[in-house]
Design a protein around this ligand. Sequence first.
Ligand code: SAH
Length: 495
Amino acid sequence: MTGKVTLVGAGPGGCELLTLAGAAAIEKADAVVFDRLVNEDILGLIPETAERVNVGKENNHHPVPQDQINEILVRLAQEGKNVVRLKGGDCYLFGRGGEECEYLLENGVPFQVVPGVTSALAAPAFAGIPVTHRDFCSSVHIITAHARAGKPLQIDFDSLVKAGGTLVFLMGLTALEQVMDGLLSAHIAPDMPAAVIENGTRGNQRKVVASVSDLAGKVRAAGLKSPALIIVGKVCTLSDKLDWFTPLPLHGKTVVVTRPRERAGTLAARLRELGANVIEAPCIETVERENVQPLADALAQHHDWAVFTSPAGVHAAVHALHKLGRDLRALYGMQLAAIGRGTADALAGYGLTADLIPMQYDGEHLADALTAAMPQGGAALLLRAAAGGHILPEKLKAAGMHVTDVPLYDTEYRCTKADELRAMLEAGEIDVVTFTSISTVEGFVQAVGAADYTGFTALCIGEQTAQAARKHNMNVKIAENATIDAMIACLLEES
Ligand code: SAH
């Protein structure tokens, strides 16, 4: 049976400006065919089982020609797959979406279209420029300024200038001088405000605002690069007054989030809200153990406390119990301890309330709190990572407690963005790297390899993580508590 193709506009940047329908389509896809401009975080929504086809196009250089893209779409759909064709911005605005749909129709492949937020409107909005405004203009024109190699631009500048609306040129950075000359020769006022916006809506957005006569010189001096668009019109005069984006407290800061993907979302989202340029680069992955016998053996003994030191440990315990044909009732009668709020939240997800959370979220304070709760000694069941820190069991044993340490999962060092991180580090583009555990520090170092780690702030949760970072000569800052709020507070202090 033939599958179908859904054209999805990915929006101008990260997941925040992807539509809900777009995200739902990607999450259900069997195959995703995507372009160069599509952001890594959006690609991160593609199911692991789905086929990924990168047909990314470079300027004047088409690794996969359009007719081949068309054929790929038809072939995948004819294999019965639910195909998503992912395009930057909106899929019908200079994205050749129309051509692809015509071809699908000719080949009897059903298709749907999920429009996207176009950079033509979103980048100006993030740069303080409303594309229309009653005081200045009553129309907006979106124009491609892409010229075939060596050929002049095919733009009717006279009509555009006469219409008097806001002009937005896409794909026009290389032809910036030609576009400005074209407008001037069509008698636009030389002092007409104009701007170029690079990486619009993203944390690394830059803009240059000038007039038609001096924009090109200023943009070249500032070294703006693609993706960028040109906007011309009186509305550009509002760009300082209505700029809400660059005043955000973390604007201009590039922050790397290294925690595993399942846990990165909230921290990354909060940082983005504050204007940071967030690079989500998980450096560790948790792999649950197949062998659950140690848990079965432990459950045969009496324990007073079940102790959880990470959300991953909570989930791994539930999965391990399932493998044994049991469930959380196996912990009946035990008190529950959680190292911090995140771990307690994971327990709450299963309807359980943590009886104990230490004031400070680390192994040392957890051990102190447990010993205080059991002054006469007792038995603790640690349900945690195989390579868990040694401080917790050692302190408990020293306090006369019986400890059973059950390894439920391994932490593996894996990072899909190693090359990107290394290049950014070498270019001095990283301001802050957040580390939430010793293993994230080790995972980061393994991914990046031998490098100079002194150029950024290592924002660490807890003293033990900080020690691991110091060992690699990083400049360390410690968040008071293992909470997102504490990390954010630390970053805001710094900026
Ligand atoms: N369909 C896309 C446009 C594709 S043409 C959309 O609706 O946005 C590609 C051009 O879009 C680039 O050359 C650049 O001019 C513009 N562009 C895409 N993303 C951009 C961004 N984040 N900031 C500025 N311009 C962008």
